[in-house]
Ligand binder design. Structure first.
Ligand code: PMP
Ligand code: GLN
Length: 369
């Protein structure tokens, strides 16, 4: 869709990447680290100062304590952490529970590991917030279940799961001895005072959860691909063994720069989240005005909307035509489902863009009426 936006000159609200830079101090530190000669392989597990910064950040924000040497692993983005985890921990035929709609890398990683996906549907409630059904969740876990993958804040729905929902997830993991993988790449991007609770914080979960995050979303540097994983030493060791032969390591100067900035993440991200919340409100108003009522969103870069008022129930067709009709690119949420039946009319718009870009998108979307 990004290629289509470039070809057609459309405003690209498809792929989730910000069009504004991260903290100047972070960017400067990366240049300084290159100039200082930090340009060779880092250790397989990541530069020590980044592992320490990650451990301190998890303790500070969530009260979860990790040994930076054995329980933190730096990866090439959250994507590598996800792939290495699935490849390390799943045997062919194992089942992995995921919440649908799900980020597209999940199914690909599960299939690479020759495991099977068991999906639990998130559905909008009367207020438009996507939520899980605890009974469906309990029923999805079987003796074959090895992992449960939870993304919160959630792409593409924008749901930030609350403590009660996480308690349901924790309960099934504890009941059936399932390992949880918590993808928290949008951990700082929550709005309206909604807190981000980490699954690893819940009683009994620290020792059965691999938490995955990344600098990309927190610091507006999605192209840096500096991510990490934290968890109990035995599991992290298995993931490390796979990671060694995927990339071994990556991005030494960028790892140093992220280590430098991570202690300031709360301060920086407060401003970022305030900006993004305003963007969300502007885009939500524009979508509603254009006949695309938005669903609720309390986190991430994304707003989903319903195309049916405009007489189109097929989001794929809608998104294919949108750049040609009004010059805007969005993504059909169908790509985040095994079977999109019941959600074919849902499309996703990214709001991590500068106000003039969103204003231009709003102007163009108004042409749909
Ligand atoms: N998980 C989710 C839910 C995402 O939206 C993304 C997209 N950026 C990733 C993981 C991948 O993160 P990274 O760019 O750090 O690999
Ligand atoms: N996570 C981003 C999104 O969902 C994009 C990442 C990618 O393009 N692989 O849009």
């Amino acid at each position: 869709m990004t290629a289509l936006a470039e070809r057609t000159g459309a405003v690209n609200l498809g792929q989730g990447f910000p069009d504004f830079d991260g903290p100047p101090d972070l960017l400067r530190h990366a240049k300084d680290m290159i100039d200082a000669g930090h340009n060779q392989y880092p250790p397989l597990t990541g530069v020590p100062r980044l592992r320490t910064a990650v451990a301190e950040q998890r303790a500070r924000r969530h009260g979860t304590v990790y040994d930076p040497d054995r329980e933190v692993l730096v990866t090439a983005g959250a994507t590598e952490a996800l792939a290495a985890t699935l490849l390390a921990l799943c045997e062919p035929g194992d089942e992995v529970v995921v919440f649908e709609p799900y980020y597209d890398a999940y199914r690909a990683g599960i299939e690479l590991a020759r495991a099977r996906c068991r999906t639990v549907r998130l559905r909008p409630d009367a207020t438009g917030r996507f939520r899980m059904d605890p009974d469906e969740l309990a029923a999805a876990v079987t003796p074959r279940t090895r992992l449960l993958l939870l993304n919160s804040p959630h792409n593409p729905t924008g749901t930030v799961f609350d403590r009660a929902e996480l308690a349901h997830v924790a309960a099934v993991c504890l009941r059936d001895d399932v390992i949880a993988v918590a993808d928290e790449v949008y951990e700082y991007l929550t709005y309206d005072g909604v807190p981000h609770v980490s699954l690893a914080e819940l009683p009994g979960m620290r020792d059965r959860t691999l938490v995955i995050s990344s600098a990309g979303k927190t610091f507006n540097v999605t192209g840096w691909k500096v991510g990490w994983l934290c968890g109990p030493a035995g599991l992290v060791e298995q993931v490390r063994a796979v990671k060694q032969y995927l990339t071994f390591a990556s991005g030494t100067p960028l790892q140093h720069a992220v280590a430098h900035a991570l202690p300031t993440a709360e301060h920086w991200a407060r401003g970022l989240a305030a900006t993004l919340a305003q963007n969300r409100d502007r885009l939500a108003a524009a979508l509603a005005e254009a006949g695309l009522p938005p669903y609720r969103c309390a986190g991430t870069y994304f707003l989903q909307a319903d195309t049916r008022q405009l007489g189109e129930a097929d989001g794929v067709r809608f998104c294919e035509q949108l750049p040609h009709r009004v010059g805007v690119v969005a993504i059909p949420s169908a790509v985040f489902y095994d079977d999109p039946a019941g959600a074919s009319h849902v499309v996703r718009f990214a709001f991590c863009k500068q106000p003039p870009v969103l204003a231009e998108a709003a102007r163009r979307l108004a042409g749909l009426r």
